[in-house]
Every structure is written in C-alpha cells, then in structure tokens.
Design a protein around this ligand. Structure first.
Ligand code: GDP
Ligand code: IMO
Ligand code: MG
Length: 436
C-alpha cells in the first residue's frame, strides 16, 4: 500500500469511517479531503464507540498522523469540542494536523444554511444545517476565511468586520421573523471573535502547511489513506443535483482536497453498503416504505450519525454503484453491512431502472432529477441465507447464499470485492485476494 483513497460509492454512510479505521493500522498518514462536520463517521474498536465528524478515522492509531486537508471546511468550535471529547477519552491527539489552507465555517454559514432551507420550503434539500454549502460558496466566491487567517487575530477581526454587514443585509432579505434571534447571534461580532479566536488558539499547535506534510510523507514512501466524505450520489458534479453536497466526494476531489498529485493515488477503494440508505431529500429509486425498509433500518441501526435523522432505506441499487464505479475507477470494493441482510427470507437488488412514462430502460443515472424521481427499479430477487454471519472471519466461513450475493454484486459492479464486513467491530472484516 502506498496511497489509497477510500471513497463512498452510494449516498453516504457506507462505512467509510470503519474501513479507514481498519486500514489505518498499516498507514502512516490519513487525510480527510472534503466536506466538514456534516460527516458522521462511526468507528467501533477496542477503545470504544466513537462518532467522528471532522477528525480523520485514523486518529485511534497513535503512530498514524491525521490531517484535515485543504479541501475540508472546518468549524473551529465544533472541531475543538470533538478534539476535547477524544482527549477526555484518553487520546492525546498529538497526531492531528490541520491544513492552514482549509476554509473556516462561520456561524453565519450555519445561519444561511438554515435560512436557505426554510425558504426552499417543500423543495428543501434536507442539508445537515452545518453551514457546509454556504462555506463552500464563500470559498468559490473568493471571500472565505481560511485557517491561516484565523491564526492571525488582527487579520481575522478585520475580515469579520468587513464581512458581517453583507451577511446582515443578506439575512434581513429573508425577512424571517422567527429567525431574528438566530440572525442576531450569528452576526454578533464580539461573540464570534471571542469564540473563534479562542478555538483558533486551542487548535494552533495542530495547524501546519498541509502540502509540506503530505509531500514529506510521499517522499519518504509512506503509506497514505485518503478518507472520503459522503458518496458519489451526493457529489456536486455527479450527484442528484440539487440534492447534493457542495464538495466532491469522488476520487477527483481527493487529489485536490488532500494536496497531492492525482498520479500519486495508487488504489481507490470504493465503500459500498450491501443495501441502500440516504439521509436528506432527493430521488432514491429503491427506497422501501414497507416492513422490509423498517427491518433494514432496525437491523442496520440506520439513524444519521450527525443529525439522528432516520435514514431512508432500500434494496441494493446496482445502477447507482455501477455509475460510481465508472466515475471513480475503483481498484476494488469494500462491501459493508452484509450481516444486516442475515434474517431476510428474500433479498432484492435493482439491476436497471424503467421509466413508467415511455417504458425506456435505464442502465445509468439520468441528469434530470425529475426523470430520476419517476424511474422505477427493475429487481432481481435472491433467496436469503438466514444464517448469522457476524462471526465469519474468512470467505469460507460465509454461508453459500451470502457468498453468492456478494459474487452477484461483484459481477454487477464489474469490480472485485476485496473486503466484506459483517459487523461494526474492527475484526468483523473479511479480506479476499483480488487481482487489482
Ligand atoms: P460513514 O459515514 O461512511 O463512515 O458511515 P457511518 O459511520 O455514518 O455509518 C455506518 C454505520 O454502520 C456505523 O454505525 C457503523 O458502526 C456501522 N457499520 C459499519 N460496518 C458495519 C457492518 O459490517 N455491519 C454492521 N452491522 N454495522 C456496520
Ligand atoms: P458521511 O460522510 C449522509 C446529505 C444531507 C443532504 C445533502 C447535503 O457520514 O457519509 P450538506 O449538509 O452536505 O449540505 O447536505 O447531503 N449529507 C449526508 N448524508 N452522510 C453524510 O456524511 C452526509 N453529509 C451530508 O443529508 O441530503
Ligand atoms: Mg456517516
């Protein structure tokens, strides 16, 4: 292993955190390359049960360095809370580094996220309300505040003072009386200055020139993991626009957001759940509104890590995964949560979509969200294995039906499945020899 990108291949929450935690035992450096604290990456290991939002999932390996890359948007007080939680749990976190080029999520980004969602009404995107979209908007509009600016208190004060009048004008434009207090709070110069400079001081010793750190690791031939946020179907370019996030979870975003040459990435590991889940709105062709959907939610404990929202659940969608395979070029796939299907008598998987309007069959994801919304899945059905797989540690330990299901997904994806997980714990991972 030298540089491996770990990327979500569906709608997010595929189990990227647990896969990174597993692989990080052999890594020197783990880099989060995009998103912010909209992420919720759960790691269950010998030390306990952790929900990470910003901090990379390699943090539990003391000798592994962990970097928040330039592509991440950081809410400093939220990061301090997360950091303090880990320190209280016994992790010194001296192995955490923050790129000085990462952008800062400000309280007014969170406010604007909420105001925009309220204004969208029924057409809301179902964002995590963490200010992620507005922070990336400011980055692209070339008026964002970066971590490097936060490290210079006078500069930070100046940037804030010149920004707030525009934000107040913007917020007033929403004319939302219910949000008046929230608007006052999110534009309170003194309060923001105090909270952000305090958080900045707490984080100062972790702030580095991220590119220099990455370059050093590459030069020394160290093993690097690139940790993705969310998944292809929420990618700003390739996801179900506008029900997407504001960054690029696919590997194209990894080089940019981690700060290393694209050619340095040796392998891309796609993380795929054995069925489908999503939080937030937008089309989800295989969504189940029945007892099977409820069973997937309960067996899989499908509730959002960041927001606690029940996740929408459905059967495996081979069209969406194949779309992701084409965009991301996975070397292999890590299939997670196979055990969640253990009790099902029959399991379905969508191999295509059909348009009920013109009868057309689709083998890819349409650009038009309104077309996508009406497409119906074409299912294939397999018999469930009805055997507990959680104790399986090798491929041969799996029941025949489970192996056949994995092999069918492999065939549909056109990419080898190198890892199969049968539980959230570190050791509940089966590895398979694959050619690529
Ligand atoms: P991420 O955002 O991609 O890191 O995924 P999340 O952590 O949000 O969601 C995945 C959830 O599934 C977490 O609660 C994990 O602990 C859990 N999980 C991961 N792999 C498995 C598995 O193989 N089986 C079961 N039952 N749970 C798993
Ligand atoms: P991880 O990294 C699942 C969803 C939101 C919404 C859309 C845009 O744990 O997989 P945003 O707040 O990013 O502007 O919301 O993306 N979303 C996630 N869904 N897992 C996540 O992160 C998510 N981060 C954002 O629900 O639909
Ligand atoms: Mg998650």
């Amino acid at each position: 292993m030298s540089v491996i990108a770990v990327v979500g291949a569906q709608w997010g929450d595929e189990g990227k955190g647990r896969v990174v935690d597993y692989l990080a035992a052999d890594a020197d450096l783990v880099i989060r390359y995009g998103g912010g604290n909209n992420a919720g990456h759960t790691v269950v290991n010998a030390h306990g049960h952790f929900k990470l939002h910003l901090i990379p999932s390699g943090i539990f390996h003391e000798r592994t360095r962990n970097l928040l890359g330039n592509g991440v948007v950081i809410n400093p007080p939220a990061l301090v809370t997360e950091l303090d939680g880990l320190v209280a749990a016994g992790f010194a976190c001296d192995n955490l580094f923050i790129s000085d080029r990462a952008h800062v999520v400000m309280p007014y980004h969170v406010l604007l996220d909420q105001l925009e969602e309220r204004e969208r009404g029924a057409a809301k995107l179902g964002t995590t309300s963490r200010g992620i979209g507005p922070a990336y908007v400011d980055k692209v509009a070339r008026r964002g505040i970066r971590i490097v600016d936060l490290m210079e208190p006078d500069l930070f004060r100046e940037r804030l003072a010149t920004t707030l009048p525009r934000i107040r004008r913007l917020a007033d434009g929403y004319d939302d009386a219910e949000m008046a207090d929230a608007i006052d709070e999110a534009t309170d110069e003194e309060r923001i200055t105090a909270a952000y400079l305090e958080a900045g001081e707490r984080l100062r010793s972790h702030v580095v020139d991220g590119q220099a750190l990455v370059d050093d690791a590459l030069t020394r031939g160290q093993r690097i993991l690139l940790e993705g946020q969310l998944g292809t179907m929420r990618d700003i370019d390739w996801g179900i626009y506008p029900y997407v996030t504001s960054s690029s979870p696919i590997p194209g975003g990894a080089s940019l957001g981690a700060g290393l040459p694209a050619v340095a990435i040796d392998r891309v590991l796609g993380v795929v759940k054995a069925y489908t889940t999503a939080v937030g709105t937008g089309p989800l062709p295989t969504e189940l509104d029945d007892a099977d959907g409820a069973a997937l939610r309960e067996q899989g404990v499908e509730y959002g890590t960041s927001t606690g929202r029940p996740r929408r659940c459905g059967w495996y969608d081979a069209v969406a995964v194949r779309f992701s395979v084409r965009l991301a070029g996975y070397s292999s796939i890590a299939l997670t949560k196979l055990d969640v299907l253990d009790r099902f008598e029959r399991i379905r998987l969508a191999t295509a979509y059909r348009d009920p309007v013109d009868g057309r069959e689709w083998s890819t994801v349409p650009a038009s969200t309104s077309v996508y919304e009406r497409l119906e899945p074409v299912y294939e059905e397999v018999t469930g294995w009805r055997t507990d797989t959680t104790a399986a540690r090798t491929w041969d330990d799996l029941p025949d039906g489970a192996r056949a299901y994995v092999e069918r997904l492999e065939g549909l994806a056109g990419v080898p499945i190198s890892h199969v997980s049968v539980g959230p714990e570190r050791e509940q991972m089966i590895t398979r020899e694959v050619d690529r």
